[in-house]
Design a protein around this ligand. Structure first.
Ligand code: MIC
Ligand code: SF4
Length: 643
């Protein structure tokens, strides 16, 4: 039987397990990336592992999230990461060099390689034919040390593309269409592989927009084949030697197929507050817009920016709209500057931001009260923009730029004649903002520099025989990591300070949670379906751990968050009968009697509700390795024990 691209990538990196859907496979990881909001913790964990130098082919530490220096905290984190990178053999992408996924695609990604990153949008690398996955910081630290990365062997979904996009319809509309059909839960346990004639009509940056936002499907990752288009992109980045061909076998078998005729798509938008609330721009209608933000790892490539500049050229941004633009990398910004497109943007009234995540993670540009903001980003979760009652619509750069001029949500096809923007034959190459590590010899003298805001991560305990605790919090479906551990300008500087961070835990849902949980000293969280979707931030597990959360019982989990809970030594459990969810109220006294023995012996776990007297059967889907991690009280303890 032939193999799909994803299966070939997995097979060529298989260290343990069999490629049967649902079973655990261990993978060799060639490359890693971190960003600064998750990186400090990841490098604290790496330091705790006691490995002198990274054992990957390439590891890069990016600074792109916490670039607002409103106090010393972020700068201290950056200095810490830079010092670890220098000492441990990691390249350091300095602040200003750009958003991790954009820069990695341009300068480091290689078809055929595996990549994990402490950021959920690492699948961007799938656009260049990598098996690229988001992971918790600790998993990345382990991979940097040469350790294996484990995933559940996913199903492979074939998104078969035919036709060609019409003018002003964009790659963003392709992924919005996939999200409309599959929903934010639809990709869990799956890799989305793009095939068909339509693939050839999409450039690497367009493919990367699609694989990037595949994260919003909950998918393990998304991947495109590596073909002549990939080769041309790498050649234009002066990296032709990094190219290899990668395509699915003729007789490859997929678990599901979705057909999309690119020529049938129209400009679309994801409406507040979920990336799968997708409708066409014409269906939504001409709602008034207060703000437009263009950029983020989804849509900040040179071609995106050139399209935006062409739409803005010679016009003025509508007086009631604030337009901000953050080009994705130094390469993009520099090329825009040199060819005059940047001047067209500035001339039209755009507010140019540095090449970083910026407003996407709530670092500035929060909309006005009840404001409508169109963003070319990938997430529109409630409150993520920094304005609780703002309505965020996710759109393509074309829709964003045109609407910034009209002041209402507008269909760019009304602009008429197509834009003629081609990928340049040569990108401007200057890697001077990527600092190289010290040699192993010199590294001995490099000191790792900490700061007063960098606190050790919480300690964990071995799993006790029984757990009795209150249902400290009950939440509904689709709880995101932005609910569990919000980000934004006020909170992000404390990503390396779990005790401080803990006061904001679940603040979006319940401002009293942190205090109550801490006072109780222990607790169990009750959740609905797809609990923990969104970011890879392990803080969404480490902070509850710090507050005393022992177990999370839900209808289902998102992949990365579930792994982060296990890594933190928190038990992820599911209701066997989903209706039992309704029978538990917040505040009920719960007990997991003999939970340890049950796990060791593969027996069912029963949750007793001491308040009502009822019992509910639970399921858990843990491999032998994951059980051992839970029993040891988390991955760090487990790794230490097994060394
Ligand atoms: C995000 O888009 O939510 C982030 C910020 O990039 C996160 C990582 C983080 O929380 O630091 C992600 O997507 O993993
Ligand atoms: Fe940065 Fe936003 Fe991309 Fe996350 S989604 S990496 S915050 S640009």
């Amino acid at each position: 039987m032939g193999l799909t691209v994803a299966q070939k990538l997995i097979q060529s990196h298989l260290r343990s397990g069999e490629m049967t859907v649902g079973s655990e496979v261990g993978l060799k990881i060639d490359q890693t990336l971190t960003q600064d909001a998750t990186g400090t913790m990841a490098y604290l964990e790496f330091e705790a592992m006691g490995v002198a130098r990274v054992r990957t082919e390439l590891s890069v530490a990016y600074i792109d999230h916490n670039t607002l220096q409103t106090g010393f905290e972020n700068a201290d984190d950056h200095r810490f990461i830079q010092s670890v990178a220098k000492k441990r053999g990691i390249r350091f992408s300095r602040p200003g060099n750009g958003i991790c996924h954009q820069v990695h695609l341009e300068r480091f990604g290689k078809p055929g390689k595996t990549l994990i990153g402490s950021d959920s949008h690492t699948p961007t690398g799938g656009g260049i034919g990598m098996l690229a996955m988001g992971a918790g910081g600790l998993d990345v630290a382990v991979a940097m040390g040469g350790g294996t990365y484990y995933i559940t062997m996913p199903k492979i979904v074939n998104v078969h593309l035919t036709g060609k996009l019409n003018p002003y319809v964009a790659a963003k509309d392709v992924i919005l269409e996939v999200l409309r059909r599959m929903t934010v839960k639809g990709g869990v346990g799956k890799i989305i592989e793009y095939t068909g004639e339509g693939v050839k009509t999409l450039s690497v940056p367009e493919r990367a927009t699609i694989t990037n936002m595949g994260a919003e499907l909950g998918a393990t990752t998304s991947v495109f084949p590596s073909d002549e288009i990939t080769k041309a992109f790498l050649k234009a980045q002066s990296r032709e030697e990094d190219w290899i061909e990668l395509k699915a076998d003729e007789d490859a078998v997929y678990d599901e197929t979705i057909e999309i005729d690119l020529s049938s798509l129209a400009p679309m938008a994801a409406m507040p507050h979920m990336p799968d609330r997708v409708k066409s721009v014409t269906e939504i209608g001409q709602i008034k817009v207060d703000q437009v933000c263009i950029g983020s790892c989804t849509n900040s490539s040179l071609m995106d920016m050139l399209k935006v500049a062409a739409i803005l050229k010679g016009k003025t941004v509508c007086p009631s709209v604030s337009l901000s633009i953050a080009p994705g990398s130094k390469q993009v910004l520099n090329m825009l500057a040199k060819n005059g497109a940047l001047a067209d943007m500035i001339d039209a009234g755009a507010r140019i931001l540095e090449s970083a995540c910026g407003p996407c993670i709530g670092m500035g540009q929060s909309p006005n009260s009840a404001g409508v903001s169109l963003r070319t980003f990938n997430r529109n979760f409630e409150g993520r923009s920094g304005t609780a009652d703002a309505g965020i619509y996710l759109v393509s750069p074309e829709v964003a730029a045109y609407s910034a001029l009209t002041g209402v949500l507008s269909d760019p096809r009304d602009l008429g004649e197509a834009l003629n923007i081609q990928m340049p034959e040569k990108f401007e190459i200057n890697d001077n903002m990527v600092a190289l590590p010290a040699s192993p010899e010199e590294a001995k003298d490099v000191e790792v520099l900490y700061g007063p805001n960098i606190k050790p991560f919480p300690t964990t305990e071995k799993l006790p025989e029984s757990i009795t605790a209150k249902a400290v919090l009950k939440v509904g479906d689709d709880i995101t990591t932005d609910h569990i551990m919000p980000a934004g300008a006020k909170i992000l500087p404390y990503r390396s300070n779990i005790p401080y961070l803990s006061q904001f835990c679940f603040a979006v849902c319940d401002k009293t949670f942190a205090e109550r949980c801490k006072a109780e000293g222990k607790g169990i969280i009750i959740g609905g379906a797809n609990y923990g979707q969104g970011s890879s931030r392990e803080h969404a597990a480490l902070v509850p751990l710090y507050l005393g959360v022992k177990a999370v019982v839900t209808k289902s989990f998102a992949r990365i968050h579930c792994a982060n809970l296990i890594n933190a030594g928190i038990l992820p459990l599911n209701f066997k009968n989903e209706a039992d969810y309704d029978k538990i109220s917040q505040g009920d006294e719960l007990s997991l009697e003999g939970v340890k023995t049950a796990i060791v012996n593969n027996q069912p776990i029963v949750l007793k509700n001491l308040t009502t007297g009822e019992s509910y059967e639970l399921k858990y889907d843990l491999t032998k390795r994951q059980k051992d991690i839970i029993l040891a009280g988390g991955l760090l303890n487990y790794t230490r024990e097994s060394l």
